[in-house]
Design a protein around this ligand. Structure first.
Ligand SMILES: Nc1ncnc2c1ncn2[C@@H]1O[C@H](COP(=O)(O)OP(=O)(O)OP(=O)(O)O)[C@@H](O)[C@H]1O
Length: 283
């Protein structure tokens, strides 16, 4: 199969359902267009998360999404995964797109690890036969042994992540959508997980990832999309976009404190990051 992605003038409005009271609604509306807040035809307050985006990717492309918090990177990955249908514009995705975003989604606390392999596998679009063929490999990868026959509620958070990661990465993806900042448990598991992700990358025809490490971007991607306020700020070859982004967003003085913040953040949460220290954005 030859996979491709084509977005033409795609916009996505996300409703803020909680804003019902008139005074709160007024206050939120005052945040205004600068914050991409608007009211739709039915009077619902919405955030324009993606705004008139055009994008074309073909087999072999590895796209890195960069930009500040709230720029729209995760939302775009969800649009590509079919989780959010665009409010307007056209989206054409050819190939099986597998999101590695909310990897624990669809897992059930009362079911055993093995039952969860089936549940989550089905949710990821695997057939019963595929699940059956892959269950032992997934089980082996988790390293959870007999725990797989116990209900999920007895698992530690690290054990849950191992299981969720093993299942999500067992799917054959034509198009792989992922957030680089993917918690994958303790150090020993991280090494295994990184290797498995690299293999997935290689097998997929198209990879789109929200990325924070300039080393990874240079190693992994051939194109970069710099997003700002739901729009394309810059799109093109890696070196061109990365250099401009770095020059504008991280001038030398800022870079120093940014690195410090990053070091603090990193020590607080285990993350998957195959290499490198220099990162983009603030996420
Ligand atoms: N479920 C939601 N409901 C309403 N607004 C949302 C929702 N999810 C995201 N948004 C808004 O959409 C915009 C884009 O958010 P998104 O999470 O895609 O940004 P991001 O670039 O991934 O940021 P980060 O680097 O912080 O992860 C933001 O303004 C955010 O507040």
């Amino acid at each position: 199969m030859t996979s491709s992605i084509l977005l033409q003038d795609v916009s996505l409005d996300l409703p803020i359902y909680d804003v019902k009271g008139q005074s709160l609604k007024k206050r939120v509306m005052r945040m205004g267009r600068r914050n991409r807040i608007a009211e739709d035809n039915e009077g619902v307050v919405v955030v324009r998360a993606i705004d008139g985006l055009n994008l074309s990717l073909k087999s072999g492309d590895r796209l890195g999404l960069i930009g500040h918090n709230g720029a729209g990177k995760s939302t775009l990955l969800r649009v590509l995964a079919g989780i959010y249908p665009p409010t307007s514009g056209t989206l054409e995705v050819v190939g099986k797109a597998v999101p590695l975003l909310d990897i624990s989604l669809g897992m059930d606390d009362q079911s055993t690890g093995r039952q969860n392999i089936r549940l989550r596998g089905l949710l990821l679009g695997m057939t019963n036969a595929e699940i059956k063929a892959k269950t032992e490999e997934i089980a082996e990868f988790t390293g959870l042994g007999d725990y797989l026959d116990l209900p999920l509620r007895t698992y530690s958070s690290g054990m849950r992540v191992r299981l969720a990661f093993a299942i999500s990465t067992a799917v054959d993806a034509d198009i792989l959508l992922l957030d680089e900042v993917l918690g994958v448990g303790d150090a020993s598991f991280q090494e295994k997980a990184t290797k498995r992700l690299e293999e997935l990358h290689q097998r997929a025809e198209i990879v789109v990832l929200a990325i924070h490490s300039s080393d990874t971007i240079r190693k992994t991607c051939n194109k970069v999309l710099w997003m700002e306020r739901g729009k394309v700020r810059m799109f093109g070859p890696v070196e061109e976009v990365v250099t401009t982004y770095d020059r504008i967003m991280n001038p030398p003085a800022k870079r120093q404190s940014f690195r410090k913040q990053l070091a603090e953040k990193r020590s607080a949460r285990p993350k998957w990051s195959p290499s490198g220290n220099s990162r983009f954005g603030t996420g």
